[in-house]
Design a binder for this molecule. Structure first.
Ligand code: SF4
Length: 442
């Protein structure tokens, strides 16, 4: 086939990056060629995200740019990943996109490309309830040859139905991959030079595999992986506070190769807002869980997602979030203001009634507060010697290595002897709110 060079751009979370790896493997196995840059490609895949309005706006802008390229040369554009029916209609009517492929139909991508090249505009809403892509092995390419960390999806979809979230509609019901295939894939990654894997799912703690009398929950899966591949660092994301069990915490504390970091989205510190969001925990239960994490895994870092300006959020609700942040002093976090997503319960039934300028002000307040807390938490590392997996050169100074410690905090230190993929013992000498700065400890 003449047109077989493809290029993928990601517009979403770690799950999208992991999906792009799956799609790359599928296309390479069908004789397509991964292009290093856009100019060499005929097939351009945009891996979309609909979780926030901003991601959709970025995608629209990108398509406007690609329209010019489409006029100059023969290219076919596909939107893949998380996209709403509304966004599909928008691009479909404008004839800017040749095909749309949702997360459960990636195996059909080669066909979609052939149809498009033959002149058809193609759209799939297929939802294959059991699709996990567990049998698809990661393929090393020139582009990812130097990478030493990888993502691996262990669950897909979500059953939680948070009222603001589009994921249950775009990614479908939750399903878990076979534990044997997860272990096999992690071994495959390790044999191909990967030193760290991040297990992904919208809600990893509800991972569950039942086969006759064999029941594997998330704690058991972590335990199996940690034992089977002791030299591989294991991370995971995301944890829903509602589902995190003591058993998981005990397994994390037991194994050195399971990293001591938990991403624990809280979204709001107000019980009223948590209820409106249909988050299935209260502020008190969340704080109790954090205390449990701190007592079972004292060195564990905790990060968050917080959404400001959700429907009916008043100043008191906002202060409840501020107080919760002050109580926990998270290591870091991801903060956003609410934007209604078409198709969700909140979009249909609740009023987006917090004015934009108030959302903006509250968001700035929590960002500023988090910066202070991050700096406070980073200072706890001063003087310590920490194990760092070297991931590459520091972007700011090529005389420095860049890596992460077990708490998922970035560490930079002057290059000496070691290489990418090596573990270094680094004495922490200085810090900013985002980076630990150290020296090799010999
Ligand atoms: S847990 Fe809630 S926010 Fe997370 S993916 Fe599921 S529905 Fe969305």
């Amino acid at each position: 086939m003449k047109y077989k060079n493809f290029y993928i751009e990601n517009y979403g979370c770690q799950m999208n990056i992991s999906d792009s790896d799956i799609i790359t493997s599928i296309l390479l196995n069908h004789g397509f060629i991964l292009s290093e840059n856009l100019d060499k490609a005929n097939i351009i895949l945009l891996n979309a995200c609909s979780i926030r309005e901003k991601a959709e706006l970025t995608l629209k802008k990108r398509l406007e740019q690609l329209k010019f390229l489409k006029k100059k040369k023969k290219i076919w554009i596909g939107i893949i990943g998380c996209f709403s029916k509304e966004i599909t209609k928008f691009f479909w009517n404008k004839k800017m996109v040749d095909f749309f492929i949702p997360p459960d139909s990636y195996r059909e991508i080669p066909n979609f490309i052939y149809y498009s090249i033959m002149g058809m505009q193609y759209l799939s809403y297929t939802k294959k309830k059991n699709e996990t892509y567990a049998d698809i092995s990661f393929v090393k390419t020139k582009q990812n040859n130097k990478k030493i960390t990888s993502f691996l999806s262990i669950t897909r979809g979500c059953n939680n139905m948070c009222t603001f979230c589009i994921v249950p509609f775009t990614r479908g019901r939750e399903r878990s991959s076979d534990p044997d295939s997860i272990i096999k894939e992690c071994k495959h990654l390790y044999q191909n030079g990967y030193k760290e894997v991040t297990l992904l799912g919208q809600n990893v703690d509800s991972y569950l595999w039942i086969e006759e009398k064999n029941i594997v929950d998330f704690s058991k899966l972590l335990d199996l992986l940690a034992k089977e591949i002791p030299m591989m660092r294991i991370r995971f994301s995301t944890s829903n506070p509602h589902d995190m069990s003591n058993k998981v915490l005990e397994v994390i504390s037991k194994h050195k190769n399971i990293c001591k970091h938990i991403h624990l989205p809280v979204q709001s510190g107000s019980n009223k807002i948590l209820k409106l969001m249909n988050r299935k925990y209260t502020r008190e239960e969340y704080l109790f869980l954090v205390k449990k994490i701190q007592s079972i895994i004292p060195e564990c870092s905790i990060s968050h997602d917080i959404m400001t300006g959700f429907c009916n959020e008043n100043e008191q609700d906002h202060q409840d979030t501020i107080n919760l942040m002050n109580e926990i002093k998270y290591n870091y976090g991801y903060m956003f203001s609410y934007s209604p997503r078409p198709g969700t319960y909140a979009y249909r039934k609740l009023k987006d009634n917090v004015p934009k300028h108030i959302k903006k002000k509250r968001l700035q307040e929590i960002i500023d507060l988090q910066r202070k807390h991050s700096f406070y938490r980073m200072q706890e590392h001063l003087g310590r010697v920490e194990e760092v997996l070297i991931e590459g050169e520091s972007k700011k100074n090529n005389q420095y290595w860049y890596g992460r410690n077990t708490q998922n905090l970035i560490v930079v230190f002057p290059k000496k002897f070691l290489n990418i993929g090596d573990y270094a013992h680094v004495k922490i000498k200085d810090t900013t709110s985002a980076t630990l700065i150290g020296e090799l400890f010999i």
